[in-house]
Design a protein around this ligand. Structure first.
Ligand code: PMP
Length: 403
């Protein structure tokens, strides 16, 4: 592991120089979206200045440049999650689209009456609603693995849900509402013993830790570019080759076909089969630049820095009167959810904004897990590599002065 200098990292993110209400911006809403380094911003503008073209089609210089840049980005994503082949990397709009793609393309073909899909109480709405929709369509049943009072999955209860009818398990890697790191590797291994496929939602894990899909062994792994310092509108679906190859297309159109007649269309293999129409070329290239940036900083350095920040922030917040942290699992990444007795979460959020501190207050698109803990809303401070111990202290100091 090389040297980590948070001040140097901060200089790479121009937006961190912004002032909000006359105060330096403290960006603690990273679980919602992350800020972009100059290298990503520059890469986008370079693409539009020197490379812009549609890909794969026209035989001219700019098409070649754009195609090279797009496919280079796919290779960077492959390396980032350690997938064996670029053919396992499908570009999509984000985590939500990736899960819907699997629910529709894989789910409609593989789920039938009385089959079961297992999720957990920790899931984001994006990993609940698509399964409800496809279950309603196919007659499959949705089952939900509970958590303990710390917000960690109860593995025994999870195992009781698994049986010969379990066709798919779809679980989050890190909870966006509580920060819990789930025992994904174990849960995946257990699901596979029952012959189920597994989707792992990495929306909240890839910015905080190294992810290796060969080690974790999910059948699908999905994440959003915008939560990992890349632009919005680009995301990734990784799938095992044999699983992707057995899936019908989701959307039809250009790019995804080998040959079309009015009688019969032959589709491309993965990944093109799942990339109908013109993709988000520039933002995929931007995602490649974000991955290059993370490579330079080092995921191990990031994980260590954030672990220290989270510990520090937890200790500081626990000293604030009437503050209760929601989600106290031993294994956590990036997220501190809390409430303060006697104060509405919206009020805390707008008070912190007046101090220049950006947090989110609300249900975080994860209503079931907040209700599990008796809340409709929490305040969520979420961390990234560019946050500092000084910012953690600013948050605590501001909360101490809340009347
Ligand atoms: N899953 C998790 C765990 C998330 O945190 C999010 C984003 N909050 C999503 C899915 C959905 O991601 P997106 O809105 O980028 O599609």
């Amino acid at each position: 592991p090389h040297f980590f200098d948070v001040e140097a990292v901060r200089r790479d993110f121009p937006i961190l120089q912004e002032k909000v209400n006359g105060r330096p911006l403290v960006w603690l809403d990273n679980a919602a979206t992350t800020q972009k380094p100059q290298s990503v911003i520059d890469r986008l503008s370079c693409f539009y200045q020197h490379e812009n073209s549609n890909v794969h089609r026209a035989a001219h210089e700019l098409a070649a440049r754009a195609t090279d840049a797009y496919e280079a980005a796919r290779e960077k994503v492959r390396r980032f999650v350690n997938a064996p082949s670029i053919n396992e990397i499908v570009f999509v709009r984000g985590t939500t689209e990736a899960i819907n793609l699997v629910a529709q393309a894989w789910g409609r073909r593989n789920l039938g009456k009385d089959d079961e899909v297992v999720i957990t109480w920790l899931e984001h709405h994006a990993n609940i609603v698509p399964w409800q929709m496809v279950c309603a369509e196919t007659g499959a049943r949705l089952r939900v693995a509970p958590v303990d009072d710390s917000g960690q999955i109860l593995l025994d209860e999870y195992e009781k849900l698994l049986n010969a009818r379990t066709r798919l398990v779809s679980i989050t890697h890190v909870s966006n509402a509580l920060g819990t790191i789930t025992p994904a590797e174990k849960m995946i291994e257990m699901a596979h013993r029952y012959g189920a496929k597994v989707l792992l939602d990495g929306a909240q894990s890839v910015s905080h830790m190294r992810v290796d899909v060969q080690e974790l062994d999910p059948d699908f792994f999905v994440f959003s570019g915008h939560k990992v310092f890349a632009p919005t509108g680009i995301g990734v679906l990784y799938g095992k080759p044999e699983v992707l190859a057995a899936m019908p297309p989701w959307q039809g159109g250009g790019n995804m076909i080998q040959d079309v007649t009015f009688e019969k269309t032959i589709y491309h293999g993965p990944p093109q089969r799942f990339e109908a129409g013109t993709g988000n070329i520039a933002d995929a290239v931007g995602l490649g630049a974000a991955i290059d940036y993370l490579d330079r900083v080092g995921m191990y350095n990031i994980a260590r820095h954030e672990h220290e920040l989270l510990q520090h922030a937890t200790e500081e917040l626990l000293r604030i009167p009437k503050l209760r942290i929601v989600g106290t699992a031993k294994e956590k990444a990036g997220v501190l959810s809390f409430v303060i007795d006697g104060h509405k979460t919206e009020e805390i959020g707008s008070y912190l904004n007046s101090c220049g501190i950006a947090v989110r207050s609300g249900h975080h698109c994860a209503q079931p897990i907040l209700r599990r803990f008796g809340h409709e809303s929490t305040v969520r401070a979420s961390l990234a590599l560019y946050n500092t111990h000084e910012e953690v202290e600013k948050l605590a100091a501001a909360l101490r002065q809340l009347h």
